[in-house]
Design a protein around this ligand. Structure first.
Ligand code: G3H
Ligand code: 13P
Ligand code: ZN
Length: 315
């Protein structure tokens, strides 16, 4: 069942974080639903602008609507990840999305407020939830490149002003993470002091942590042992998710870790079976491994086991 992102936030705020997973294709979709059901977790499906244009935006919609029928017990929201204004309006008008992210974090504060407010007005008129970003993460995003050294953490006082001026429903904060597989090139970790201050300034507003992949070292080692070259890859300590959730982080975005699962499975499979050329055997291995990865991640986020209680809230 597709539900509004707001419902998920109401159930989870201050208690656990909901996994927001990016998908691009059929195999990820199947693994995602299986893993969330196995761990009895509600979840958010994230679709980036790049994912929408990988094949055709309607293909992912079709896959998700079919998965909803195949897995009727699943409870989830569908979210546009890192939208620009034009893509936000396209998603708002599609009638398919539960929520959109307008990412104008690269603009000045005033311009970010102006753009976000326009999207919030359009989305709220149609019952959609809006996430915006204040501060800048390091790493690489679709349309913005920010050097980690220049990444700007979210200013808690500005966060209060931003939410007041825009009416946005949830806020993506920069608290030390960055997108991709190479995080924390200095000696940084999560800035819990900043997070605690943000929650103090905007209590009750769900906070979102982007760039939250853990980049497990075992995964990186297996990829490299099978011919990969990921030197120095590292990520967020998954042991910190629950502490972040208690401080208001209600949505945790994970994409890179899923890509690493895909890379490890494919590199090892073809290394070990050099004469294989059928796409289904490897697809089956990937779906099973992706499901395992999702279920394990939900345990770390604290969202595992909350599905039945959520069902009572939404039915
Ligand atoms: O933050 C970006 C997400 O990982 C999506 O990546 O734009 O390559 O689909 P993508
Ligand atoms: P990772 O690159 O850490 O998986 O972050 C994904 C993300 O923030 C998507 O919006
Ligand atoms: Zn992101």
């Amino acid at each position: 069942m597709i539900v509004t992102t707001k419902k998920l936030f109401e159930a989870a705020y201050g208690k656990y974080a909901i996994g927001a997973y990016n998908i691009n294709n059929l195999e990820q979709t199947m693994g995602l639903f299986r893993g969330n059901l196995e761990s009895k977790a509600p979840f958010i499906i994230q679709i980036s602008k790049g994912a929408r244009s990988y094949t055709h935006k309607l293909m992912l919609e079709g896959l998700i609507l079919s998965a909803e029928k195949v897995f009727p017990e699943a409870i989830f929201a569908v979210h546009l990840d890192h939208g620009d204004e034009e893509t936000c309006y396209d998603c708002i008008n599609s009638g398919f999305y539960s929520s959109v992210m307008i990412d104008a974090s690269h603009e000045s504060f005033e311009k970010n407020v102006e753009i976000t407010k326009r999207v919030v007005d359009a989305a709220h008129a149609k019952g959609l939830v809006v996430e915006a970003e204040l501060g800048q993460l390091g790493g690489v995003e679709e349309h913005v490149k920010v050097d980690e050294a220049n990444a700007k953490l979210t200013d808690p006082r500005q966060a209060k002003e931003f939410v007041k001026l825009t009416g946005v429903d949830s806020l993506a904060c920069a608290i030390g993470t960055s997108h991709g597989a190479f995080k924390f090139s200095g000696s940084q970790g999560l800035h819990f002091d900043v997070l605690a201050e943000i929650q103090k300034q905007i209590p009750g507003v769900p906070l979102v942590m982007h760039g939250s992949s853990s980049v497990p070292q075992e995964e990186v080692a297996r990829i490299n042992a099978a011919g990969g070259e990921l030197k120095g890859a590292k990520g967020v300590d998954a042991g910190q998710f629950k502490r972040a959730a208690e401080l208001g982080v209600t949505k945790i975005n994970i994409d890179t870790d899923g890509r690493l699962v895909w890379t490890r499975v494919h590199r090892e499979f073809f290394r070990d079976k050099p004469s294989e050329f059928d796409l289904r055997p490897i697809g089956k291995v990937f779906m099973a491994e992706y499901a395992k990865f999702i279920a394990d991640k939900n345990e770390k986020l604290g969202s595992a086991g909350h599905l039945d209680e959520l069902r009572k809230l939404v039915s």
